[in-house]
Design a protein around this ligand. Sequence first.
Ligand code: NDP
Length: 449
Amino acid sequence: MAQMLDEKLEPIFQEVLARNPGETEFHQATREVLESLGPVLVKHPEFAHQRIIERICEPERQIIFRVPWRDDKGVVQINRGFRVEFNSALGPYKGGLRFHPSVYLGIIKFLGFEQIFKNALTGLPIGGGKGGSDFDPKGKSDDEIMSFCQSFMTELYRHIGEHTDVPAGDIGVGGREIGFMFGQYKRITNRWEAGVLTGKGLDWGGSLVRTEATGYGATFFVDEMLKARKDSFDGKICSVSGSGNVAIYTIEKIHELGGKVVTCSDSNGYIYDEKGIDLALIQQLKEVERRRIKDYIEYRKHAKYVAKGNIWEVPCQVAMPSATQNEINGADAKILVKNGCIAVGEGANMPTTPEGVKVFLDAQIAYGPGKAANAGGVATSALEMQQNAQRDSWTFDYTEKRLQEIMKNIHELCYETAVEYGTPGNYVNGANIAGFIRVAKAMVALGVV
Ligand code: NDP
């Protein structure tokens, strides 16, 4: 069952429910943060006085727009676009764009809300925002993707800018989509403004390591959690879900650190390869040929494909959910713990339900929540912005070292904050409290705006 809220926080949560009806993912994300904040209000009464929590739960701006485009048959299609500019106390709004048929305002708001605290944890000057569309890129031709992206940017361009709001990728938005959107932004504004989007191609303003950053960063975070327990990835059997950007580079870094990843998945099913996932094959299938994960077994005959199965039933010591929200429920978490899982690092945003989180915390395994564990993506986006501002490009090794340092710092901050607030080992509290305090202090300093 969900933890009780502090008596000051319960009415705030009730107000969130009343003001945002039907937005269940947003309710889930706000409740989780509020559950950590009771002790913070005791230490910092000024935050309650300034109504910081109420203000933080209300986006600064929410934009919803029509995205009309023409498919290859000449038929006009209509999608809905979103950009939620949630909080700019620490810097320009920063957060990805998600193109997936499940997208609606409640998903964008949960992601934008999480992004505020995640971005604060990086220590970099970035506020929180998120956007996207209910457009489904699956099965679309390159021309259709371009037509959609151009139409999407034709409205979005007026709301963004290098000092205002800087979108990036998320589910369904990778280098190809960022390219089409950057091209349209440049055309409309007549400005070659690199800092307006991150995740750009390396030839036109992108940063080395940005593509790998979320997966690498999540793996570095888990490595830090393991080190704090005098352990390491060496020889560990690991389970990764998803087979997109985050999953692929999580698999790569785990293998580099001596672990063996035996699973990956897409929305149709999962692969179990007891010899270890063949990363080059996955990259060829997913990044180059844009095929489905089931095709893996055509090339690796010993591997198994399980359609519609439960990936978390595969025994592992480290689990890294890297697909989507709420992919691990309470029952899945129990199975993971029972099978000997000692660490969970969330590459995806909010992949574990509140019941699942409780199971991990009660079992006292090392549980790294998404807003801390997957912050490497946005941190490297901020490094891309720094390079754009300096008209410079850094080497792969230097940028990866910066990413690794940032993840180490985030781990330390969450670890120490959890200790300071009387819940050692609880990275959920550590991340929520540390991220919140940084934003709250800035909001107090900036006045009632
Ligand atoms: P991609 O689009 O590259 O890959 C998403 C993967 O997850 C695909 O394998 C996809 O399978 C699977 N997936 C998506 N939706 C579902 C679903 N509803 N059910 C089952 N599987 C699903 O996205 P990313 O790798 O970029 O993002 C993955 C997660 O990481 C998301 O939660 C995202 O918010 C988070 N994240 C991403 C960052 C980034 O830098 N890209 C930064 C921080 C967090 P299929 O192809 O079948 O849809």
